[in-house]
Design a protein around this ligand. Sequence first.
Ligand code: ADP
Length: 461
Amino acid sequence: MPNGQNNIVERERGFDTVLIANRGEIALRILKACKDLGLKTVMVCSQADRQASYGALADTFLCIGPASSGKSYLNKDAILLAARLTGAGAVHPGYGFLSENAAFSKAVEEAGMVFIGPTAQSIATMGDKIAAKSAMIAAGVPCVPGPDSELPDDHAAVEAIASQIGYPVIVKAAGGGGGRGMRVVPDAGVLHESVAVTREEARQAFGSPALYMEKFLQHPRHIEIQVLCDVHGNAVWLGHRDCSMQRRHQKVIEEAPAPGIAPDVIGPVAQACVKACLQIGYRGIGTFEFLYEDGGFYFIEMNTRLQVEHPVTEMTSGIDIVQAQIKAAQGIPLGMIQNDVMTEGHALECRINAEDPITFLASAGMITDLALPSGPGIRVDTHVHAGYKVSPYYDSLIGKVIAHAPSRAEAIVMMRAALAETKIEGISTNLPLLRMLFDDEGFATGGTDIHYLEKWLKRRS
Ligand code: ADP
């Protein structure tokens, strides 16, 4: 916030030890960024991750609780205690877990440490989808048609809003997340029932019955814009990504830039995102997610954290996003303006999940043999190795393969070779599915919508 900025700058200067409150590939990625910046690291883990070999790379490796996330990676008190005991000056939350928890950001800062992420207030604003939509409208960011206000209780008023937007509409929980707490309403006949059921779900799942309504877009793509801000009123965007290849709202393949979108179409939208950041006093990195349909962009949410797919933007922009995030938290000015941001070539990322490629059931157990791809333009972000035991307790993501080439077509060829080179034995992974997708004509053409993968899977079942 502009009013509290001086305080923030003061507090954010000069930490030399970062506690990494996460696990797996992203914990290792953050650890490397810290090391490259000459910072000391404290890695916390659950009992299930005690054997994780990346722990030995940290200056301090500390077990903070049992396997269950609620008692370890989501345990604010245990993490704060670990930070105090080890003299950490900052906490990096990674993604997932406590990364978008406003209370945690506040608790870290109240304990005199730096939260490597935005202020609690920014997190709270963006976590409330109605407040986020209002802030975006105020900054001129294009949003999905529909009011930026809570849906009233009154039936007639709800009907009026729906018919003004035009069916189909979607009813969404203001406090929703993870693709939950939303319902498509095809016509007026099921409107009241849909609102009532979603309201009850919202009350139970998110502790608030607040709902809002917007137009349901039927064949959108998922396009997002990466921003980077310091605490001195400087902000830039680092390019855009297409993450339309999804299953159950989970991204499977991501790429930068989004194919087929002209710079003069995305430019003004990205500039509006940058303006929104400055208006809300945003700091650090963030992602504006949009649905893109028939040439129009429609804001759906802002992620106030590092994202799984950040590497594709790192490859095309040449900017280390995690280092930039840490430096912003230290109060270091960006030292660049928008014209300094150059993007080059095309990057693709495949998420490697420990799961059955057909049933998608999570697969745990020991990796008995592992071969990873390498060579110019290929990057692998992973914490696993032969002999690593994939735990059943956490997310199934075990690594990411990234390919960067001058053009999208060349990046696809490179990724095909990289996936062929990759061998993971002892557990099931989605590698066979990824290999098939990279032979798919629709994907090769580019610009497929967010329903493409699910339809593709149905055709093959
Ligand atoms: P969450 O915070 O739960 O991820 P989002 O608002 O980002 O919720 O929406 C999740 C997904 O739901 C989107 O990626 C998209 O697939 C779908 N969705 C959300 N809003 C709309 C809409 N207005 N029209 C069509 N699909 C939507």
